[in-house]
Write a protein that binds this ligand. Structure first.
Ligand code: TRP
Length: 342
């Protein structure tokens, strides 16, 4: 019997900085969950990382680490396509083509560009400006139906759709129009110090976020110093941002719903609750940490996996790029114009 083709999912994460507990609960765990139901491609977005100046040694180390993290969270390199963006040259090639189908005005409206230009006033490079076009290329190359993204990337995804629609309007159906996929549970983990702001790895205060590689001791300390409120009941309510956030984290790590959590801590104080949340996070991250350490110790295996991912990505993305170039009117020779990994 013919197997029904699964729909494709694509997402990517920048390698700069270890992912936080927020990235893990809000994004990476969903990547894993989706990998059974969908045909998934996940990239380490190292090309995007250089829109901000990077130290070469650090970039290399962090890219490898992020790749190891993707394997450590349980993604299967045989089943899903897991790769580094810079290993797959079709990304930069399609990005150039799409640049010519993107209006200066629409790229100028991207709020992340405005924010990053303000944050890096000394290096407002053109790459930072066309960053969302490269992201559109990442997505459109694989004809992705769904793109799991955080709220901060939604505008970029809408731009990718606009570019795809414009291109299809001129040349016929070349690209699948991607839809955002916003996770449900634990989609937004907040800062432990300012719980009305998203948990971020670039926070100046390291107590505000938990890195997925923090030691149990560090994790417990961070939860014990988490900001709460002057009430003393563990319950989910408006105005209790700190407790609400801890309840979300606890729920994500234990599978318990809010009602069950409220019952569990009915006669207990915040101190007990914070300890329980810290312990649940330690338990949740332990197996991931163990696998990351093991993987980083086996560079040959990591490289084999990266090569397998890049080959699969090139094959799929190459077809889209070929089609797109043909439509535009490039002279296509019978030999492939872009080099493939062997
Ligand atoms: N820009 C995304 C971020 O910083 C990462 C990214 C790059 C991405 N390419 C992508 C996300 C394609 C989804 C799809 O979070």
């Amino acid at each position: 019997m013919e197997q029904q083709k699964k729909q494709r999912v694509l997402s990517a994460i920048q390698p700069t900085g270890m992912p936080t507990l927020g990235n893990y609960i809000g994004a990476l765990r969903n990547w894993k969950a989706m990998s059974d139901e969908y045909d998934c491609a996940y990239a380490v977005a190292d090309l995007h990382a250089i829109t901000i100046r990077q130290d070469p040694k650090e970039l290399r180390r962090q890219s490898m680490e992020m790749f190891a993290v993707l394997l450590a969270i349980g993604l299967d390199p045989e089943k899903s396509i897991i790769f580094l963006q810079s290993h797959v040259n079709t990304h930069a090639q399609l990005a150039w083509l799409l640049n010519c189908y993107t209006q200066f005005g629409e790229a100028s409206r991207m709020t992340q560009f405005k924010d990053k230009s303000r944050a890096h006033a000394e290096n407002i490079n053109v790459g930072l400006f066309t960053y969302p076009v490269l992201m559109a290329a990442d997505i459109l190359l694989y004809q992705a139906h769904y793109v799991p993204v955080g709220a901060d990337q939604k505008q970029h995804l809408e731009l990718a759709r606009d570019i795809a629609e414009r291109f299809n309007g001129v040349y016929g159906k070349v690209f699948t129009l991607p839809e955002p996929f916003i996770g449900t549970v634990g989609a937004r983990v907040m800062s432990l110090q300012e719980p009305n702001q998203k948990m971020s790895k670039s926070d100046a205060n390291p107590r505000a976020y938990v890195s997925i590689m923090d030691t149990p001791d560090q994790i417990m300390k961070k939860f014990k110093s988490a900001v709460t409120d002057s009430d003393s009941n563990v319950r989910y309510a408006q105005g209790k941002d700190g407790i609400n956030n801890l309840m979300c984290i606890y729920s994500a790590c234990t599978g318990k719903d809010f009602a069950a959590i409220e019952r569990e801590f009915e006669c207990k104080g915040y101190g007990d609750f914070k300890t329980a949340v810290g312990e649940a996070v330690v338990d949740e991250l332990r197996p991931v940490q163990e696998r990351v350490i093991k993987l980083l110790d086996d560079k040959a295996y990591l490289e084999d996996c990266a090569k397998m991912g890049a080959q699969k990505a090139l094959r799929i993305g190459g077809r889209t790029l070929d089609k797109c170039m043909k439509k535009i009117g490039f002279w296509q020779m019978r030999v492939q114009k872009y080099s493939r990994l062997t």
